[in-house]
Design a protein around this ligand. Sequence first.
Ligand code: KG4
Ligand code: ZN
Length: 339
Amino acid sequence: MKHVLAIETSCDDTSVAIVDRSGYVHDLMSASQDLAHRPYGGVVPEIAGRNHSETLLPLVEAIIKTKGWDAIDGIAVTNRPGLLGSLLVGVVTAKALGLAKKIPIIGVNHLEGHIFAPFLKDQAYEPSSKLEFPFLSLAVSGGHTTIYRVDALGKYKVLGTTRDDAAGEAFDKFAKMLGLPFPGGVQIDRLSKDGSENAFSFPRGMMEEGNLDFSFSGVKASAQRLVQSLSQTEKRERINDLCASFQNAVASTLIEKLDRAVNREKIKNVTITGGVSANSKLRALAQEWSSRHNLSLVIPPSRFCTDNAAMIGYVGIQRFNNGERDTQYLAPSPEGSLG
Ligand code: KG4
Ligand code: ZN
């Protein structure tokens, strides 16, 4: 199989891509629903599902225009984990298109997509170093914060994961406390640039020796108390310092746990993916840490880090070429942890 059409609708981004077996992304088109969810301060599942059903087919039509259906050998679709109503739109669409165009379909785990995003490339980007198995993957987004040991496609071990909030969720909730619009992670990143990261001190969770899990409830509660203790004027005047200090606490915790994982597993190949890997402080800390320890680090550009169909296409085409297929019984599932 040479090219697949990929569909991703697990949360609030509608995305389609055409990917080949080498990981080359011929085309990637995504429609963000951020503005639709902003008035509610978070993703509203019913709105997400309805938006996918309105946006997906026009996106498919648009992406197929350049290459034509004849170039498409199969369809890969995210079928787990995620919001059920959102996943359903992608799965039903993939099944209908598969039947109509007489091409096979395959369901892909969204988390596996994030793990394999560092293998993607396009006209504007190629990874600086080649990623080899085994590698460690920190998948950090609005829904997940997990360190995996990856030995092969389909062979994963969870080394550490969050006990409560995901890191992206913590960023978004902190942003909400400061009155910033959803999704807040990117706003915190922007405001942090003019702030001092040592202005406020925030606790770091699960720091006892040997622990690779994460907890962001402590930093969130401490942030809540701090924000409540400030007047409106103080909050406004110190917003940059608040953001920089919070961002530093979260980013340095992520790197500390990755460092522990590297030492424990004695693996020098590391990747960071998921929406939060767009964070500039996390990227700077990771670069500095990896060169200090002579590690091979790949952090894909943010179009491949945030939810996108290209990463689903890459996993899908590898599975197709291993002889796997799904049938018209393919169903969406809200669950789907790996390892
Ligand atoms: O991977 P993603 O697009 O969707 C999920 O699967 O969750 O990640 C979205 C998350 C949101 O929580 C968002 O606030 C966060 O990634 N995010 C960031 C940044 N850009 C996106 N967090 C911190 N700094 C950023 N620059
Ligand atoms: Zn995701």
